[in-house]
Design a protein around this ligand. Structure first.
Ligand code: FES
Length: 112
C-alpha cells in the first residue's frame, strides 16, 4: 500500500487522480468509503478521475461509459470492465495498492 493523499483531500463525493507504482489511479469517496480504479477508460482512454460520480457510478467524461467503482463492472455498456485497486484509510491518510485486482471477467469490447 502506498500513501497517495491526505484523507481531507477527498471529501464525500470527491474524485482525485493519484499516481501509485507508476500508474494513474482514480480515487473516489462514496458513503464515506474510498474506492480506487484505473484512471484510463477502456473505450478510448478517457480520464475517469475527471468524470462525474453518481452514487457508486463513475461516468467517463468523454463518452459517458459508466462503471461501478466497487467492482469495476460496466453499468454502461454492461460488457466493459475497469481495474480496481485495494484501498485503506488510516492515520489521516489514504493508501492504495498499486497492483490492480484481477478483472471480474476478461474485457470484451461491446462493439464499435
Ligand atoms: S473514452 Fe471513456 S467513454 Fe469513450
Amino acid at each position: 500500500m502506498i500513501a497517495v493523499l491526505p484523507s481531507g483531500g477527498l471529501p464525500e463525493g470527491g474524485r482525485a487522480v493519484v499516481v501509485a507504482g507508476g500508474r494513474e489511479i482514480a480515487v473516489v469517496r462514496v458513503e464515506g468509503r474510498v474506492y480506487a480504479v484505473g484512471n484510463s477508460c477502456p473505450h478510448r482512454g478517457g480520464p475517469l478521475g475527471k468524470g462525474d460520480l453518481s452514487g457508486h457510478h463513475l461516468y467517463c467524461p468523454l463518452h459517458a461509459w459508466c462503471f461501478d467503482v466497487r467492482n469495476g463492472l460496466g453499468f454502461f455498456p454492461p460488457g466493459a470492465r475497469i481495474a480496481t485497486h485495494l484501498t485503506e484509510e488510516r492515520d489521516g491518510q489514504i493508501f492504495v495498492d498499486p497492483v490492480a485486482q484481477p478483472l471480474a471477467n476478461d474485457f470484451e469490447p461491446p462493439g464499435p
